[in-house]
Design a protein around this ligand. Sequence first.
Ligand code: PRP
Length: 210
Amino acid sequence: MLTIAIPKGGLLPEAIALLQDIGLDFSAFLDKKNRQLQITDPTGTAQALLVRTHDVPVYVEYGQAQLGFAGYDVLREKKPDVANLLDLKFGGCRLSVAVPKSSPYKNPRQLPPNCRVASKFVNCAKDYFRELDLPIEVIPLHGSVELGPITGMSEAIVDLVSTGNTLRENNLEEVKVLFYSSVRLIAHPTSYRANRYDMVTLIRKLEQVL
Ligand code: PRP
């Protein structure tokens, strides 16, 4: 039986809806009272693991899930050893550099050397500024990254932007898009070869409904 790691939080309803479209029902995860983290589809075809967004590639990389729904942003950050099979075309967002509207720096290249940049995407931020040849200090955070510049802890942030509302409501502005992201179907490379028939059947069904 195939096991699929699916992300908790904002991406969950669309992940469940997409799986329902191909005949797999994991809607029990949407029940607020549900505390089960591993459930089997009522038809007994597949099982799903409910995990944090950043942990999806971990379960797939270790082979506990043969498949996973992972954000491209997370794949860029963690660089897991998994196969990136299909763009599932939901969870669209971008990873951007933002600064306070009042900032004199209107381009990341103008940021002063050794300034601080707060981010949940430490590796992506470091990679970007390394490419610019601009030494900076990345302050790792797990959420509410926008508070970095608001409190004066950092000059800029590298964070996900979707609607842009969080930036607007916190008087920040985007000065550079690093890359665009959406949710991808990922697979454990060896499992993909071993369960080729089941995997290909599931991928074909997903391609048809996308
Ligand atoms: C993400 C991201 C931004 C916000 C962007 O945070 O880190 O803060 O969403 O979305 P928007 O452009 O639609 O406003 P999330 O909601 O995951 O919360 P967090 O800050 O606690 O990580």
